[in-house]
Design a protein around this ligand. Structure first.
Ligand code: FES
Length: 109
């Protein structure tokens, strides 16, 4: 069986904890809606070779909503639809990391 060949494979944490849970969760910060927005936007823009998967907890809950972009393995905090738009424009379309959204600001750009 042929494996799909993605240019970028994205994992968006959509884990949702009980609101009382002190750890918090990406799901409580609208990550599911942001993931859906991103999927729709990529489709509308007709960009092929991109997969945006929902992921379980990625263990960076306080920095969420967390999104990881492979193959580079770059971790981002995505707070709103503007962040999604900028990530698509820069990283997905042009292969440039978006510094202001990086979880680890020290990685090579
Ligand atoms: S709940 Fe998203 S990283 Fe833990």
């Amino acid at each position: 069986m042929m494996q799909p060949n993605y240019t970028y494979h994205l994992f968006f944490c959509t884990n949702t904890r009980d609101p009382e849970n002190p750890k918090g969760s990406c799901g409580q910060k609208c990550s599911m809606q942001l993931r859906n927005y991103m999927k729709t936007k990529i489709k509308e823009m007709n960009i092929s070779g991109i997969r945006v998967n929902a992921a379980g907890c990625l263990d960076e809950c306080d920095k969420g909503p967390v999104l990881v972009v492979y193959p580079e393995g770059v971790w981002y905090t995505i707070n709103n639809t503007n962040d999604v738009d900028e990530l698509i424009e820069k990283h997905i379309k042009n292969g440039q990391k978006v510094h202001r959204l990086l979880i680890d600001k020290n990685i090579d750009l």
